[in-house]
Design a protein around this ligand. Structure first.
Ligand SMILES: [Mg+2]
Length: 279
């Protein structure tokens, strides 16, 4: 595991959080197997439940997908994701990708990230999940929650409900990405309850459903201005003023209004300290 940045780390999932993977997977499956699958058919991330067949066959199909043009030409999420991430980078966060993907596609993944999110991410961590039986003899899987703990990530942006709950359980707050409310695979199904009501009943306090990348950014406070004083020549102030030094000091603390916030228990709170705290 590479050395960890001293900057605050925000971890981001890749498939369906940064890329329109399900659309591409459905299109590939339709072209290859003459099916008519739509985005809405993917009500679960257990692909064998959508495609039929066994879990092993579904893993093998994903390996076929990896060799296709559909995979190599994945569309990035067209939802201000790039702009939002660049804003977080400007705010001095270290951004890393933590993906379920296998190291088998490390090079293809790097090329895609460099093309679609150039200069945004510092690292990509591969969890090696969903291995075929043969791959399990050679590769080691690691849960996302374990990687997040190792790199000391402070937040995860993720579309998988399963991974969100797993990471929240080890204390990492999660923004559950549900693009435009269309990611039915991360909706909780409780008879007679809507998504919002089911979330309130089931989701832990540190998992927050968000529907756009702009909402991701809204969960981060604006950075405090480093400016604390404004100095002006004394000629510009009333000469009868009791302060007669050459320079005049004016406190402009009120210029920044968000510098006393900190993130705790899934929400931003006010701190009495001047220092911005990310609890
Ligand atoms: Mg995903």
């Amino acid at each position: 595991m590479p050395s960890v940045s001293h900057r605050r780390i925000v971890a981001v999932d890749l498939d369906d959080t940064l890329a329109h993977t399900i659309e591409a997977l459905a299109a590939w499956h339709n072209d290859t197997y003459d099916t008519d699958l739509k985005h809405s058919d993917f009500h679960t991330q257990n692909l064998w439940e959508v495609w039929g067949g066994s879990r092993e066959e579904a893993c093998q199909k994903v390996r076929e997908f990896y060799t296709s043009k559909h995979f190599l030409d994945l569309e990035p999420i067209n939802d201000y994701a790039l702009e939002s991430l660049r804003m977080l980078k400007r705010r001095r966060f270290s951004l890393v990708i933590v993906t379920s993907r296998q190291q088998l596609v490390a090079e293809e993944t790097k090329r895609w990230v460099d093309k679609c999110y150039p200069g945004v991410f510092d690292s990509i961590y591969f969890c090696n999940l969903y291995l075929t039986n043969a791959e399990q003899q050679e590769l080691i899987s690691k849960p996302k929650s374990a990687i997040l703990r190792e790199i000391n990530a402070e937040l995860l942006v993720e579309d998988s409900l399963e991974h969100a709950l797993e990471c929240a359980q080890v204390g990492v707050p999660v923004l559950l990405f549900d693009k435009d409310g269309q990611y039915t695979w991360n909706h909780l199904n409780i008879d007679g309850k809507g998504v919002q009501e089911a979330d309130a009943m089931i989701l832990p306090h540190n998992v927050t459903r968000i529907k756009t990348w702009k909402q991701v950014v809204a969960h981060f406070p604006k950075p405090a201005s480093p400016l604390r004083f404004c100095w002006v020549p004394s000629d510009f102030v009333n000469s009868d003023d009791e302060e007669s030094d050459d320079m005049k000091t004016v406190d402009v603390d009120d210029m920044s209004d968000d510098d006393n916030q900190y993130f705790q228990d899934g929400e931003w709170k006010k701190s009495s300290s001047r220092e911005l705290v990310w609890a």
